[in-house]
Design a protein around this ligand. Structure first.
Ligand SMILES: C[S@@+](CC[C@H](N)C(=O)[O-])C[C@H]1O[C@@H](n2cnc3c(N)ncnc32)[C@H](O)[C@@H]1O
Length: 265
């Protein structure tokens, strides 16, 4: 992974070279619409404070839990016993991005959603709140973390989430045929090149023309940047939006030539 300094430098480079995000100069009606109606939607949604209260509660929990380290995820500590607050501070998507994921679901209304990497279920709760009619499946490898995610879903009062505990490698091949097709996937665990590309290939086999894929931490490490480059080059991919901390992928064949946008967010 990149050091904080390297990542900071990369972020500044992104920030000053990305499209401004006000929609001007973006010659794709689809992306223009995305920017106006989703990215820049500053409306208040009722679920925001409810889920952020659940996050705050996790950030205050000093007790330690036993955590299996299944991926390249943690940049802070790799010990088996970790404080809930420390995991919450380092692993969860910040509100800005989790709320964007909510708005993506709210706007495009995917009915089958899959998240790889539940952690404490904060982003899952946002995904599930975006469309009450959606089925949200989420996979978490660590049992103790999964148990706390189940608490989050109770606390937030969300019913349309199914949590499966286990390694993505084992769970995905069994789960995907049962929930296919998947309309939106959020890949947020095991941030390494080969596993990321492997998950993408599996997900592609269970997608539709309008499926959306969201990859976390695409600039987190050289490996993840290579994975992102490969994803963009995949013949199925017709449109990507790089927001630095997440990358969004569309495979809609209506977009004739592949287009890749970097937008400031
Ligand atoms: C970055 S956290 C997910 C954060 C969550 N999506 C959010 O924004 O609130 C990644 C999670 O993926 C889990 N994970 C990593 N590799 C995994 C694997 N191979 N199988 C199952 N879970 C895995 C970790 O235990 C960790 O809880």
């Amino acid at each position: 992974m990149y050091s904080k300094f390297q990542l900071g430098k990369k972020y500044l480079q992104y920030y000053f070279t990305a499209s401004s995000g006000n929609g001007h100069g973006v010659h794709s009606p689809f992306v223009f619409d995305f920017i106006k109606k989703v990215l820049r939607d500053n409306a208040f949604y009722d679920c925001y404070p409810v889920i952020e209260t659940a996050r705050k509660n996790l950030l205050q929990q000093k007790r330690e839990i036993e955590v299996e380290d299944l991926g390249a995820g943690s940049s802070v500590t790799r010990s088996a016993k970790r404080a809930v607050a420390a995991i919450a501070a380092s692993s969860l998507k910040p509100a800005k991005y989790a709320q964007l994921l909510f708005r993506i679901v709210h706007y495009y209304k995917p009915v089958m959603i899959l998240e790889l990497g539940t952690s404490f279920g904060i982003t899952t709760s946002y995904l599930a709140s975006g469309n009450a009619l959606a089925n949200v499946h989420t996979i978490e490898g660590s049992k103790a973390i999964g148990a706390l995610a189940a608490n989050t879903f109770e606390r937030v009062g969300i019913k349309n989430i199914r949590l499966t505990t286990g390694d993505f490698n084992h769970v995905l091949p069994m789960l995907l045929p049962a929930i296919s097709p998947v309309n939106l996937s959020f890949i947020d665990g095991n941030h390494r090149k080969e596993p990321t590309l492997n998950y993408f290939e599996q997900l592609l086999n269970h997608s539709t023309d309008s499926s959306i894929f969201i990859f976390d931490d695409i600039h987190w490490s050289p490996e993840m940047e290579e994975a992102w480059t490969s994803i963009k080059a995949n013949p199925a991919v017709t449109l990507t939006i790089d927001l630095f901390f997440i990358g969004i992928v569309f495979i809609n064949p209506d977009f004739k030539t592949p287009q890749h946008f970097v937008i400031r967010f």
